[in-house]
Design a protein around this ligand. Structure first.
Ligand code: ATP
Ligand code: MG
Length: 298
């Protein structure tokens, strides 16, 4: 597992006023890591990821059998920060039956006819399962805040001042509190990528034919709003990192680091729950013994 000290550094304590510039996007997060050097850290990081994949698979089995909790993982990031790859690598050992991924794109006409949380509520993980939101209700205080004209369809007469967004953060906090009180564990990850690294990844999508399909001109258009997005993220994370649903700001310039960190936090969280395989009662034990007798006498 990764050192607790590092995980603590990435976790946004409730009440912290977040400035993203204070959070590193690179792998060298602590003095110890820096001294160890990139190659060694990368090597070890890959080993830890493999360990965690196995541990996570085990923990998920118990989560499923225990059937009291569910885990909701929220992934938010600028384009090309590595959400897809993170999901793929972190969840690679997990039984697909116990895990669901939902990617949220532009809302449909039906979505817009409801309150902003409606479409996300319908996709929440059932007890015993892990649900991953690739983008989430946070888009409604991110992309929508950067482009407030998007609200036109939802709230034609709505006010869009400070109090409007404060009310949305408040709604989100209450919503998450409701979920947590009902047995959902929530982990929120912001994959923090540098603007230069995004440029590099976009260029790669243009340069390499097998990556061309990933390039979207819309991503380039959103890049123009980089600073507005960083502001929106700072405000949202500041307002919604709570004891019951904390944010983690994950360095995302090195994909191996992102994956290892997310896997570690997810595994650690599941291991911290009081999960148990259901206890077999005396009555059930008798039924099992009876079944054995029957099979053996065939
Ligand atoms: P990838 O590009 O890796 O396929 P993605 O998550 O970027 O993944 P896209 O289809 O490229 O998927 O983009 C989805 C778009 O939908 C994003 O620009 C996002 O901001 C937008 N979106 C998501 N939720 C909302 C929302 N509630 N209101 C408006 N736009 C939204
Ligand atoms: Mg995209």
């Amino acid at each position: 597992m990764i050192k607790k000290e590092l995980i603590k550094k990435l976790r946004v304590e409730p009440g912290t006023k977040v400035r993203l510039k204070d959070y590193e996007t690179g792998w060298a997060q602590t003095k110890n890591l820096k001294e160890a050097g990139k190659e060694q850290v990368k090597e070890r990081s890959k080993e830890i990821l493999t360990e965690n994949q196995a541990l996570l698979a085990e923990a998920q089995q118990v989560l499923y059998a225990d059937d009291r909790y569910s885990l909701l993982i929220v992934l938010q990031a600028m384009d090309a920060a590595g959400k897809d790859g993170t999901i793929k690598h972190v969840m690679s050992g997990v039984n697909p039956q116990g895990c669901q991924v939902f990617a949220f794109k532009k809302p449909s006409a039906e979505d817009l006819d409801h309150n902003f949380l409606w479409r996300y509520m319908r996709c929440l993980p059932e007890r015993g399962r892990i649900g991953i939101f690739n983008r989430s209700y946070y888009e409604d205080v991110l992309v929508v805040k950067v482009h407030p004209e998007l609200l036109q369809r939802q709230l034609p007469d709505g006010k869009r001042g400070k109090s409007f967004w404060a009310a949305r953060y408040d709604d989100i906090n209450s919503f998450e509190r409701h979920l947590v009180r009902n047995g959902t564990i929530i982990l929120k990850f912001f994959l923090h990528v540098a603007k230069d690294e995004q440029k590099k990844r976009f260029l790669e999508r243009l340069d390499r034919s097998e990556k061309n399909w990933k390039f979207s001109a819309a991503d380039l258009a959103e890049r123009e709003f980089w600073d507005d997005y960083q502001d929106a993220y700072e405000n949202a994370i500041t307002a919604t990192s709570t004891d019951w649903a904390p944010w983690y700001i994950i360095p995302a310039d090195d994909k191996w680091a992102t994956r290892t960190l997310v896997a570690d936090i997810v595994t650690r969280t599941l291991q911290g729950l009081d999960l148990e395989f259901p206890e077999v009662t005396d009555e059930q034990r008798q039924i099992l013994a009876e079944a054995r007798r029957k099979l053996e006498s065939e």
